[in-house]
Design a protein around this ligand. Structure first.
Ligand code: HEM
Length: 417
């Protein structure tokens, strides 16, 4: 039997099986936003922290915490992330964090992303080619594979046929049923990335992000090898599930709202705004940690040094005080300063890439399968117990179309992920 939103709000636990019901989760957030400013949880998703964690669910609080890195540090509570080897940009504070970002930023610039557009389009088309002739297929395959192929092939320089294994390890590391499964998967992913990065030492540079990390210098000193490995691993984790799950929601939403699908297909100029709204509505992250460095008051609550705060950007993005009709997906929403990509010094490094992949994914599907709809009798598989949540299957039917790249054999490795 499902527990009530009020009960869940008392001790929010994102791993609870009830949260495979997406509407229930957002009902819980509504209750949490209406109660005391910072509800408490004994079971933060990312790590056990002493005393559990306070949860920020209002837009203004999430925004202020994200901006105030001096009180709300990204450095984890000692003991809560010992499995991470190396300094990750997302677990550091300025000034070193900003210096590392400077190394990585140029690879995600708008100009780089513009140059990547043809490749992203081709990769998306290849994935659609796999099923377009059949008049039926699974759009989750496009959503979950395209971001990984693009990231591996064109940014990290890792063979695209390894996306599948890395994806599985990343997923198990986040969502595995037991601590044992999660830790084993972290270890497997670390080993894979470690071997991939260290194999490149002493090789001619290809100019990809692994080479950039290996050559990076901060304050005149070479980035330690364990930091290069750790940040390559972060890019893999941050770049796979986030965009994939957000895109899977978009496909499900459009497959179940034919009017919205047709409107977007008829007005491609709407696409950038629609993508922002889909990220606000369903593609945001449900809980990242901050550690309080010194006592501080916010919205009448005093946080003490050593407390953990979970910043829930997904809940903030449904705050009615900021987004009128927040629980409705309004594709042409005008005022949309959503926190889907965070805010402040840690604002998403890959947001330009995510937008590019997302926009092209939706655009190619709309233009090649314009009448796609949820397959009759299909039950899309939704996975809800994660900080990134999404549909693992979105079975659709549509009028069959023409394969664009028939010369590419359907069985080549990077089409089998
Ligand atoms: C829809 C897709 C995505 C969403 C919703 C998303 C969301 C976020 C959020 C909320 C943060 C802030 C973390 C914090 O405040 O602690 C973040 C940081 C980050 N994201 Fe993304 N992200 C997405 C896609 C990507 C992609 C495609 C990449 C790269 C391949 C990426 C790489 C990163 C990195 C490296 C950081 C850490 C930045 C730092 O700490 O300075 N993200 N992302």
């Amino acid at each position: 039997m499902t527990t009530s939103p009020e009960s869940h709000a008392q001790n929010w636990d994102l791993r609870h099986p009830d949260f495979n019901d997406n509407d229930l989760l957002y009902d819980v957030y509504t209750v949490m936003r209406q109660g005391c400013p910072f509800p408490h949880t004994d079971t933060p998703f990312l790590a056990d922290t002493p005393g559990g964690a306070w949860i920020a669910v209002n837009y203004d609080d999430c925004y202020r915490i994200a901006q105030d890195w001096e009180h709300f540090s990204n450095n984890p509570v000692p003991g809560s992330a010992d499995f991470v080897i190396g300094d990750l940009v997302v677990m550091m504070d300025p000034p070193r964090q900003q210096k590392l970002r400077k190394v990585l930023n140029p690879y995600f610039s708008p100009a780089q992303m513009k140059a990547l557009r043809p490749q992203v389009t081709t990769e998306t088309d290849l994935l659609i080619d796999d099923f377009i002739g059949a008049g039926a297929g699974d759009l989750a395959r496009v959503a979950w594979r395209q971001p990984g192929i693009v990231l591996f092939k064109y940014l990290l320089g890792i063979p695209a046929h390894d996306v599948g294994i890395c994806f599985q390890l990343t997923d198990d590391a986040l969502n595995g049923a037991t601590e044992d499964i999660r830790m084993t998967a972290w270890g497997g992913l670390y080993q894979y990335i470690h071997d991939t990065v260290t194999a490149r030492i002493g090789q001619p540079s290809r100019g990809d992000m692994i080479d950039i990390l290996l050559a990076a210098e901060i304050d005149g000193e070479r980035l330690p090898i364990e930091d290069a490995v750790a940040n390559a691993m972060l890019l893999v984790q941050a770049g796979l599930e986030t965009t994939a799950s957000a895109m899977s929601f978009a496909f499900h939403h459009l497959a179940t709202h034919p009017g919205e699908r047709d409107r977007l297909a008829a007005d491609p100029d709407l696409l950038p705004r629609a993508v922002e709204e889909l990220i606000r509505y369903a593609g945001s992250i449900h809980g990242l940690h901050r550690t309080v460095t010194k006592d501080v008051e916010l919205s009448g609550h005093t946080f003490h040094a050593g407390d953990t705060v979970v910043v829930n950007f997904a809940a903030a993005n449904r705050d009615d005080n900021v987004f009128p009709d927040a629980n409705r997906c309004v594709l042409d929403r005008r005022e949309n300063r959503h926190l889907g990509f965070g805010a402040g010094v840690h604002r998403c490094l890959g947001s330009n890439l995510a937008r590019l992949e997302f926009q092209i994914g939706v655009e190619r599907v709309l233009s090649r399968l314009p009448d796609f709809r949820l397959a009759t009798g299909a039950r899309p598989d939704f996975h809800g117990n994660s900080i990134t949540r999404g549909f693992r299957t979105v079975p659709v039917e549509f009028s069959p179309g023409i394969c664009r790249h028939p010369q590419v054999p359907a069985g080549r490795p990077d089409r089998l992920l």
